[in-house]
Ligand binder design. Structure first.
Ligand code: KG4
Ligand code: ZN
Length: 332
């Protein structure tokens, strides 16, 4: 029983094939970074056009790497939201066409649910309930995952997502796009205590996040500086990364303590960040909590995580039909 999964919610064209035990037989990601970095961020119209050009060969490559063919595929899962509507539309239209032409089951999947559960792809011992922190370019949310499809939103960003803050600060520092990996690299050469930056705790009980004040503080520090030396940029990158990490780690562990949960999972593009991974892992160990995360290829956008959720929906008989439409603001 093999599944094909398709993910086109933002700027990566992704397809994956999963075997009957959720083994990832292939996971192809065609990145559009080279296209969008010319503009310093994602241009939605260009993203959807590039998805149109890429989708057919990305799916073909996923099938051939998995040494299978459409004839063997039992169901097609596709991200139906949230995301850029023009981008989502390409994946959904392609999946619907496949489902219609091959008479196979169609499943529309929530992108954030894919991220939240992605640590399960490589950690079969991660059991419910767990606290899941999803930090990406579009989301920064804390969930209590009680079971499959049973999630409580404990906190979310009230302004920028964590990844968005990395991207915007990198742009201010003229470091390129996407910002996360390049800030992480520069931060390794800098002193995280060099520049004092704010942490938005938003009150004692709040599990919400806010990164726009931090972003403004970075802008102010930059404006007051006459000369931007390489060392100063590294110090600023390290101080910024420290401020983001402090808040993400503290709030995640407060959630685990408040709800008496023994498992914590980290997901989404920002969870590629080695410093965040190490800090959260260490803090979880100190609190006696088990910590789970996926390898970087399953942290950033990918279709394997969509297939993982799709498999579960297939088992539960929760199919879609050809009226499936994308929804850019789909809640989890
Ligand atoms: O999950 P993802 O691929 O796409 C969305 O659903 O948004 O996340 C992309 C985000 C970008 O903002 C990128 O800067 C950030 O993840 N990111 C990182 C790192 N690698 C990617 N942020 C911090 N450190 C990294 N190493
Ligand atoms: Zn994502």
């Amino acid at each position: 029983m093999t599944l094909l999964a398709i993910e086109t919610s933002c700027d990566d064209t992704c397809a994956a094939v999963l075997g009957s035990e959720n083994q990832v037989l292939s996971s192809i990601v065609s990145s559009q970074v080279a296209l969008h970095e010319l503009y310093g961020g994602i241009v939605p119209e260009l993203a959807s056009r590039r998805h149109c050009e890429n989708i057919a060969w990305v799916v073909e490559r996923a099938l051939s790497e998995a040494q299978t063919s459409l004839a063997e595929i039992e169901a097609v899962c596709v991200t139906k939201g949230p995301g850029l509507v023009g981008s989502l539309l390409v994946g959904v239209a392609y999946a619907k066409s496949l489902a219609f032409a091959r008479k196979i089951t169609l499943l529309g999947i929530n992108h954030v649910e894919g991220h939240l559960l992605s640590p399960l792809l490589t950690n079969p011992d991660l059991s419910f309930p767990f606290i899941g922190l999803v930090v990406s370019g579009g989301h920064s949310s804390l969930y209590l995952a009680r079971d499959w499809h049973d999630y409580e939103l404990l906190g979310r960003t009230i302004d920028d997502a964590a990844g968005e803050a990395f991207d915007k600060v990198a742009r201010m520092l003229d470091l390129g796009f996407p910002g996360g990996p390049v800030i992480e690299k520069r931060a390794r050469e800098g002193d995280p205590a060099a520049i004092k930056l704010p942490r938005a705790w938003l009150g004692r009980d709040s599990l919400d996040f806010s990164f726009s004040g931090l972003k403004t503080a970075v802008r102010t520090v930059l404006a007051q500086r006459e000369q931007l030396t390489a060392l100063f940029i590294s110090d600023l990158a390290a101080s910024f990364q420290e401020a983001v990490t402090d808040v993400l780690v503290r709030k995640t562990l407060i959630a685990a303590e408040r709800y008496q949960i023994k498992n914590v999972a980290l997901a989404g593009g920002v969870s590629c960040n080695a410093y965040l991974r190490q800090r959260l892992s260490q803090a979880a160990a100190e609190q006696g909590v088990d910590f789970f995360l996926a390898p970087p290829k399953f942290c950033t956008d990918n279709a394997a995580m969509i297939g993982l959720v799709g498999r579960r929906r297939l088992k539960a008989g929760q199919f879609d039909d050809l009226t499936l439409n994308p929804s850019s603001r789909l809640p989890l």
